[in-house]
Design a protein around this ligand. Structure first.
Ligand SMILES: NC(=O)c1ccc[n+]([C@@H]2O[C@H](COP(=O)([O-])OP(=O)(O)OC[C@H]3O[C@@H](n4cnc5c(N)ncnc54)[C@H](O)[C@@H]3O)[C@@H](O)[C@H]2O)c1
Length: 344
């Protein structure tokens, strides 16, 4: 039976890159793709971000593929909050899995670094932290304004993401796990991260467990990315450092991600946003979306198909048949075709 995939192209370049990822998935076969219109356009037309029962609808699928959400016509980003953050929270997709892997040496912006140096995974906690929306504004839009945004860290939440990172490392035969926080300054919330890490690390005697403050990690990702294998961190820090990760891979257009709850419906999306200046011009790089579709195939137990997609991407990149952001001269659609052609 075909796996059922909910597809939410969303806004801006999300629509263009998801169209290419969908073509790749159709070529792979054994998947029934069902599109959903939830986006800024849909919200502006109907006043609905995600309809009543929308999260339950998503739960009934085997996986979800998303493009990007964000549109300047919705300045408070309400629709993105409901559709994207809402799905992460409501479906309890606590693992944000972001592999950082250089596909071709020439794409790395660092001097003398090769594919061997840039190959690590970031696990970002995806349901807590500063993104839960706790806080408020007093006397908004006055000189007396006070704005508070609170960070939520729970023992259960920190424990399950750190445990997932260790288990992943063991499962993949990886030796090193680095936890990054800011416990020197954020002495309450991040003391909890310290406690959990110290509690779990001894349970994984084959793993070299290290800790870095997030600012030091940001520096080292540029200076010596080769030392990292698995990084685990909170929601905000993971969001920021995976943009550094995107740059190390050749640009945000190359970066893929999965929002995962093991054993349940998970959601896959490129790391990049809707990039309004690029939208509708057939110039966005579809590779981040296509590699996200490969992560989805992996999660559906179709590892061989996932590797086929990754190999097709690598071959197209090596041949220079790509969009301009990574040195090619093709449009989004044509870059998708270059990958499709290598699948068969
Ligand atoms: N997961 C998401 O849906 C998500 C993530 C980040 C930002 N956003 C939203 O997207 C909108 C734009 O945000 P932003 O400009 O900060 O980030 P962005 O990722 O959309 O774009 C930043 C820049 O990265 C480059 N880029 C990104 N994707 C690319 C691609 N596929 N091909 C080539 N170049 C690419 C472009 O130069 C672009 O201007 C905002 O509304 C923001 O809230 C959504």
């Amino acid at each position: 039976m075909s796996a059922r995939i909910a597809v939410i192209p969303g806004d801006g370049i999300g629509r263009e890159v998801v169209a290419e990822a969908s073509r790749v998935l159709q070529a792979i076969g054994g998947l029934a793709l069902e599109p959903f219109p939830w986006s800024a356009d849909h919200y502006l037309k109907t006043g609905i971000t995600i309809p009543a029962g929308g999260y339950d609808t998503l739960r009934s699928f085997d996986a979800i593929l998303v493009g990007a959400l964000g549109d300047p016509r919705v300045p408070d980003n309400r629709h993105a909050r409901d559709i994207l953050l809402g799905t992460r929270f409501e479906l309890d997709l606590y693992v944000n899995y972001r592999p950082v892997r250089l596909v071709d040496d020439r794409l790395c912006p660092l001097k003398n670094r090769t594919r061997r140096d840039i190959n690590f995974v970031v696990f970002r906690e995806n349901t807590e932290g500063l993104y839960v929306g706790a806080g408020g504004r007093m006397r908004p839009d006055t000189d007396e304004e006070i704005a508070i945004q609170e960070e939520v860290n729970t023992y259960r939440g920190v424990h399950r993401i750190v445990r997932y990172a260790f288990d992943f490392a063991v499962g993949q035969g990886i030796q090193k796990v680095c936890m990054a926080d800011k416990s020197n300054a954020m002495t309450h919330g991040h003391a909890l991260w310290q406690r959990v890490f110290k509690e779990l690390a001894p349970q994984y005697p084959t793993i070299e467990a290290t800790h870095l403050y997030i600012d030091a990690l940001a520096m080292l990702l540029v200076q010596s990315p080769d030392q990292f294998e698995v990084i685990v961190t909170n929601n905000l820090f993971g969001d920021i450092i995976t943009d550094i990760g995107g740059a190390l891979q050749g640009g945000l257009g190359m970066a893929a991600s999965g929002n995962i709850h093991p054993g349940r419906t998970s959601m896959f999306e490129p790391v990049h946003g809707s990039a309004p200046p690029l939208a509708g011009k057939n110039i966005a790089n579809p590779i981040g979306a296509i590699l996200s579709a490969a992560l989805m195939l992996d999660s559906l137990g179709r590892a061989e198909d996932a590797r086929r997609v990754e190999r097709a991407v690598e071959e197209a990149v090596h041949a220079g048949e790509t969009t301009r952001d990574i040195g090619g001269s093709l449009g989004t659609r044509e870059a998708g075709t270059a990958i499709l052609k290598r699948l068969s």
